[in-house]
Design a protein. Structure first.
Length: 293
């Protein structure tokens, strides 16, 4: 893995403070932002590296690991664990044999990367897991579709099942960081952010919607045309329907995740609209109705 000097990328030194890191990042991010450099691939690459450097150096814990382990900072915890294991091993050897030669065990990093000590061994470490966020419109996840993601300059083609929920995380096995010493690759975890700009509110697999009906249809009943997520349907309104009445349209909700052909329900709430700007004749008729009641 090629070493990337994040301090050099942000044009700062290792003694820079948090505020200096933040200031440098903002300055360079503005300079190389794709919106200000349309079509400039070099600026786009530079912008990605600037963001990567900021993600590491602006996090105190990550910065500490990076300063200590350089390009292998993502594996810091694994390195520390291996160190502890070797310390325990050495302690055990002292207790059982009383002494041992320094040549019996390789240096920690020699052991990690195939040192020449007599007892050294190549220890494989699992690659770093990657995390990504994918923003989609609710209409995108109404049907199963394929999409290509670019993660660390690598194109990954995946199938997104219909019915994916907002905030849901899925795992793509083996698409994370490359393993060390033939260790397995890490995994890629994708979190979905689903934007909903429709008239429908999503409640798990069900959809909720409010439909306006006029007073006369509410009183006498009738047939209306309403919107569902995938088109219009006719719906009969019962006579004397009250404001706030809810009706269920079975199977007209959202696709159920990984259950092909199965859908939730659509719940309609009626909003009875009262007439306004009544004519004199209409007021007279309503008065007559009032007297009849």
């Amino acid at each position: 893995m090629e070493f990337i000097d994040y301090y050099k990328i942000l044009e700062i030194n290792k003694n820079s403070t948090e505020s200096e890191i933040k200031k440098a990042y903002r300055k360079l991010a503005r300079k190389y932002h794709p919106d200000l450099n349309p079509g400039d691939l070099e600026a786009e690459k530079k912008f990605k590296k600037i963001n990567e450097a900021n993600e590491v150096l602006s996090n105190a814990e990550n910065r500490k690991k990076y300063d200590k382990y350089g390009k292998d900072w993502k594996h810091a915890e694994q390195f520390e664990k291996a160190k502890q294991q070797q310390k325990s091993q050495r302690s055990y050897q002292r207790q059982t044999s009383g002494d041992f030669s320094n040549n019996d065990y390789s240096d920690f990093f020699e052991s990690m990367f195939g040192g020449s000590g007599r007892r050294s061994s190549n220890v494989g470490f699992r690659g770093q897991d990657y995390n990504a966020e994918l923003q989609l419109d609710i209409k995108d996840v109404y049907k199963t579709h394929k999409r290509t993601l670019t993660i660390n300059n690598k194109n990954i083609r995946l199938t997104i099942p219909a019915g994916v929920k907002n905030g849901q995380v899925i795992k793509i096995k083996g698409q994370g960081g490359e393993g060390i010493n033939n260790g397995p690759n890490g995994d890629l975890f994708i979190q979905f952010t689903i934007e909903n700009n429709t008239k429908f509110k999503r409640d798990n697999d069900n959809l909720l919607s409010t439909v306006d009906i006029d007073l006369y249809t509410a009183l006498l009943g009738g047939e209306i045309s309403i919107d569902t997520f995938d088109g219009k349907v006719k719906l009969k309104v019962k006579p004397e329907t009250q404001n706030g009445t809810k009706v269920k349209l079975k199977g007209k909700g959202f696709p159920i995740y990984k259950k092909e052909g199965e859908f939730g329900d659509l719940y309609i709430t009626y909003n009875v609209q009262l007439p306004t700007k009544l004519t004199a004749e209409e007021k007279k008729l309503f008065n007559q109705l009032t007297n009849l009641r």
